[in-house]
Design a protein around this ligand. Structure first.
Ligand code: P53
Length: 479
């Protein structure tokens, strides 16, 4: 049945993964250790990713799911062939920094790491799949954290620049779409995972986070500059963990609170897309006594090298209230938010709001007038495969269908400019938030459990054929 108008012919349909959540092979071919390797599953995970509990190496008694991931490092040919079978036009993946520069501050890159990604990109191109590459998806070499303190240190800009120059040069002609920092606003919520920040007792965390954020913003502008210099064909995007805040009631104080919460996130994109610190942020930082050290030339760099497009993840909308009594929080999400009584929720308490995607698309479009790219969306759910590995995941199909519909409305009825859509975890992978395998997003089932047991065998879920049909029909056949 034809439900919606066709999406633009060049619309980039696909799926997304991140190195640390799927590659595994954490110590293979010279790869160095990263923050994302040493975050275990279990109750200590959250304090660790928040920079409150120190874990700089593997410790006895913990299970570290990223060590093996889903072993995509060794199986990428098989996996990319499955993506091609679904008709992917694009595949979003991230580069593991520690494969290219194992410690982070070396002068010369690790050839084995470069060769690996070169081969992977060629494999994508073989099927006409356009790679969309996240330069850093939460990963930071452990050596840079131990020796320099992660992104709190200005030296990081230099190391990141070296990484960017190396990959832009080596992958010229193979990769055109780049994202500088995955969910850059995550630095506020998961600073160890997002930026390699660990806080000492009594330290002013806000000061450290915003100084580190400044370094990332400068590094992002510098990457944009270099990408354009090396190949004018390159398109560089920023990446936001998006999701509109709704006021809990129509009380103006609730609306104001929602606006403040939105600004906390848009702050990053305001800098990356408009090229300067917004006045509300300057005033707020001043009020909080935060002083950001800026180097000569930073302001010009930010101004002159804004991003080409804006990418974001969208899983849910959020709710804000000015009333402390109402601020009872939902579980399961780093962005803890008040429950919205009008919405259903996933098994992990993430509230499901397809119209919220249309609202988010329109808000970002109104604010920046730059092309957008939805680079993550999807439903993390428990799947129960039959003996062949087949999963009847109608719940996942339902979630994606409703989001694709509102995306279509945003394009056709509101006129927003959208480059593409990559669903999160197109093949089951390790959850970033919880470290679980059980929280699955994929069209492809992977036989592996939370304890690391399983054959790693891949099998198609019902959603596999469904998504194939969506892509083949340019988004018109959604049933
Ligand atoms: P998981 C929280 C809120 C919004 C986005 O998350 C988030 C998170 C982290 O939990 O992260 C993005 O795996 C991120 C991915 C991640 C995905 O959302 O916790 O870019 O790495 O896997 C889904 O279900």
């Amino acid at each position: 049945m034809i439900n919606v108008k066709p999406f633009p012919a060049n619309f980039l349909w696909g799926g997304a993964t991140a190195a640390n959540q799927c590659e595994g092979a954490y110590d293979v071919d010279g790869r160095g250790l990263a923050n994302v390797d040493v975050v275990p599953i279990g109750k200590d995970r959250f304090p660790i990713i928040a920079g409150k509990k120190k874990m700089f190496d593997f410790e006895e008694g913990y299970f570290y799911p990223a060590k093996e991931g889903i072993d995509m490092y060794h199986r990428y040919k098989e996996d990319i062939a499955l993506f091609a079978e679904m008709g992917f036009k694009t595949y979003r993946l991230s580069i593991a920094w520690t494969r290219i520069f194992p410690k982070g501050d070396e002068g010369e890159p690790n050839e084995a790491g470069l060769a690996y990604y070169e081969d992977l990109f060629k494999e994508c191109r073989k099927y006409g799949i356009e790679p969309l590459v996240t330069i850093t998806h939460f990963d930071c070499p452990m050596h840079l954290i131990e020796a320099y303190g992660g992104w709190r240190n200005r030296k990081m800009v230099e190391f990141y620049e070296r990484l960017c120059r190396t990959i832009f040069t080596r992958f010229k002609g193979l990769v055109k779409y780049w994202l500088t920092f995955n969910e850059i606003n995550m630095i506020l919520h998961a600073p160890f995972m997002g930026a390699g920040l660990y806080f000492e007792e009594g330290e002013n965390e806000t000061q450290v986070k915003y100084q580190a954020a400044h370094h990332e913003l400068v590094a992002s502008a510098l990457a944009t500059k270099i990408a354009h210099e090396i190949d004018p064909e390159n398109k560089v995007g920023c990446m936001l963990a998006a999701g509109q805040y709704y006021p809990h009631t129509c009380h103006p104080a609730d609306y104001w609170e929602a606006m403040q919460k939105d600004r906390e996130n848009y702050f990053f994109i305001d800098v990356q897309a408009r090229g300067s610190y917004p006045t509300y942020a300057l005033k707020q930082l001043e009020r909080e006594g935060v002083v950001i050290e800026m180097a000569d030339g930073d302001a010009e760099l930010l101004k002159e090298h804004t991003v080409d497009f804006i990418s974001f993840s969208y899983y849910s909308s959020r709710v804000a209230s000015a009333d402390p009594a109402v601020n009872e929080q939902t579980a399961g999400n780093i962005f803890a938010s008040i429950k919205n009584p009008y919405l259903d929720e996933s098994e992990w308490g993430w509230q499901i709001d397809p119209l919220g995607l249309r609202i988010t698309l329109n808000t970002i479009w109104d604010r920046y007038q730059k092309p957008m790219f939805i680079v993550e969306n999807g439903l993390g759910a428990v799947d129960t495969p039959d003996e062949t590995g087949y999963v009847e995941d109608d719940y996942r199909i339902g979630y994606l269908r409703e989001h694709i519909k509102t995306m279509s409305q945003a394009i056709h009825e509101d006129g927003v400019e959208l480059l593409g859509y990559t669903t999160w975890g197109c093949i089951d992978l390790v959850s970033a938030g919880t470290g679980e395998m059980k929280k699955r997003y994929g069209f492809i089932y992977v036989d592996r459990d939370n304890e690391g047991k399983g054959t790693l065998k891949r099998s198609k879920k019902k959603s596999f054929d469904w998504y194939k049909q969506v892509i083949a029909s340019q988004g018109t056949e959604l049933d």
